[in-house]
Design a binder for this molecule. Structure first.
Ligand SMILES: Nc1ncnc2c1ncn2[C@@H]1O[C@H](COP(=O)(O)OP(=O)(O)O)[C@@H](O)[C@H]1O
Ligand SMILES: [Mg+2]
Length: 248
């Protein structure tokens, strides 16, 4: 066997091995979710039994139950984020209007933003050229970015959301007035499991990046500590089809 074909063979086996491990990890995450929800349900029942008791012993038990419930929620969120990350490469791309998709996610998110004191200002361009989007994944990614912005503004703030045409396609900016991040942090935020938050999964940005790159797009960050963060998603547009149906 020539060194080149040996190399190809090794690479293929590595890739197969990787795919197998990824499949196993996804299966494992699913398997953990079932017993976890049984634990959660039973903890809720236990909490009901203990909640209205006056005894000091029951109150101590209640504290422990609450701690277990909190950790169960954390595990559940982590598994959900992990499964989201694992499936981020399977995309069903369909022609879509970026502004319309962003508007729908904002409509869904607005009540929560209001509660957190986040003022959303949107400039969503009309008549943007069509992009190919996997709606569910794209919405998931966008929601993650909105939550990051909200979490960066614990005392409220402003979030500008705008869509526009660029030289190569279309883009979406999310600009928050939150805590921002220093250069060291910014370099790490796309690493899986990197998080500066208590209980953070550190999978939001890596998942968003996988999804956006799966669309042939790019995601970039600009940030200034204490001032805020701008996230930009750039997406390619469909080639315009002239009357004869062939791309120019
Ligand atoms: N809008 C933002 N403002 C400030 N820091 C941010 C923002 N978005 C992300 N980060 C930083 O990037 C880290 C990774 O984000 P992410 O991958 O979504 O994981 P998580 O939100 O679980 O921490 C966060 O812990 C935070 O330090
Ligand atoms: Mg996040």
């Amino acid at each position: 066997m020539s060194p080149e074909s040996l190399n190809n063979d090794l690479n293929r086996r590595l890739a197969d091995g990787y795919a197998e491990i990824a499949r196993l990890a996804g299966g494992l995450a699913h398997e953990i979710k079932n017993p976890l929800s049984t634990i959660r349900m039973n903890m809720e029942l236990l909490a009901e039994d203990f909640s209205n008791s006056d005894s000091a012993r029951d109150r101590r038990a209640m504290k422990k139950i609450e701690l277990v419930q909190q950790e169960c929620r954390r595990l559940q969120d982590l598994l959900d984020d992990f499964l989201q990350f694992a499936k981020a490469h399977r995309l069903d791309l369909q022609p879509n209007d970026l502004s319309a998709q962003v508007r729908q996610v904002l409509d869904f998110y607005r009540p929560q933003a209001r509660e957190s004191g986040v003022d959303i200002v949107d400039y969503l361009a009309a008549d943007l050229p069509t992009v190919l989007l996997d709606r569910e994944s794209f919405r998931g990614a966008l929601l993650n970015l909105l939550l990051n912005a909200e979490q960066a503004m614990p005392d409220g703030g402003q979030l500008v959301v705008r869509t526009y045409v660029t030289a190569k396609g279309v883009a979406l900016d999310l600009i928050d007035t939150g805590c921002g991040m220093d250069d060291q942090t910014r370099e790490k935020v796309f690493e899986t499991f990197y998080s500066t938050k208590r209980g953070g999964s550190g999978l939001g940005l890596p998942t968003a990046r996988r999804i956006i790159e799966g669309h042939g797009g790019r995601i970039s960050l600009q940030s200034a500590p204490g001032r805020g963060t701008q996230v930009t998603i750039a997406l390619p547009v469909l080639p315009r089809l002239p009357a004869d149906g062939k791309p120019d």
